[in-house]
Design a binder for this molecule. Structure first.
Ligand SMILES: Nc1ncnc2c1ncn2[C@@H]1O[C@H](COP(=O)(O)OP(=O)(O)OP(=O)(O)O)[C@@H](O)[C@H]1O
Ligand SMILES: [Mg+2]
Length: 153
């Protein structure tokens, strides 16, 4: 299986969405995607694209679940979107039912995944790191994406 590291520079919100949608097309049921990177680095923008690529009909409804913490969308599979920004303890993360939503038929996307790193130990996941490069420029580093054969960004 191809598990190389990909680094892409996006120079617009639209491009980040497009990159996300290609990732979404490549996802397989059971996948977990961990997104890390500072405020405003484009995690939610990418997630909107991922949801679109994964078949969600209403990707514009995708927003950071900052208050509810977890959102669910229906695409080719159940897509759960967690924003761990406001999670401060492992117990809080557990009380979300993280373990219950993991499953062979669902995809779980986690923003601020580094805040719950210890709960992700030992899990196989796609890691996406985002960085500011300029006002409209973001670096997107992807590792662990398995289904990359027909993928070109
Ligand atoms: N190339 C780009 N890709 C994505 N967003 C960009 C880009 N250039 C500028 N932006 C701006 O950066 C911001 C990204 O916001 P977004 O909510 O996606 O980030 P985030 O990482 O989810 O932030 P937070 O940590 O607050 O959840 C938006 O204001 C967007 O307009
Ligand atoms: Mg966000």
């Amino acid at each position: 299986m191809d598990m190389q590291k990909i680094e892409i520079i996006s120079d617009s919100v639209e491009r980040t969405f497009e990159i996300g949608s290609k990732i979404g097309e490549a996802l397989l049921p059971g996948d977990i995607v961990c997104l890390v990177g500072p405020l405003g680095s484009g995690k939610t923008t990418l997630v909107k694209g991922i949801a679109a690529g994964a078949g969600s009909q209403k990707p514009n409804l995708v927003n950071s679940p900052s208050y509810v913490i977890i959102n669910e969308y229906q695409g080719r599979f159940n897509i759960f979107h967690i924003d761990a920004y406001r999670i401060n303890t492992e117990a809080e993360f557990e009380s979300l039912g993280f373990e219950d939503i993991l499953g062979p038929d669902s995809v779980v996307l986690i923003e601020w995944a580094d805040k719950v790193a210890s709960k992700l130990d030992g899990l196989d996941y796609v890691r996406i790191e985002m960085q500011h490069k300029g006002a409209n420029s973001r670096a997107i580093k992807i590792t662990g994406l398995k289904n990359m054969k027909n993928l070109s960004f």
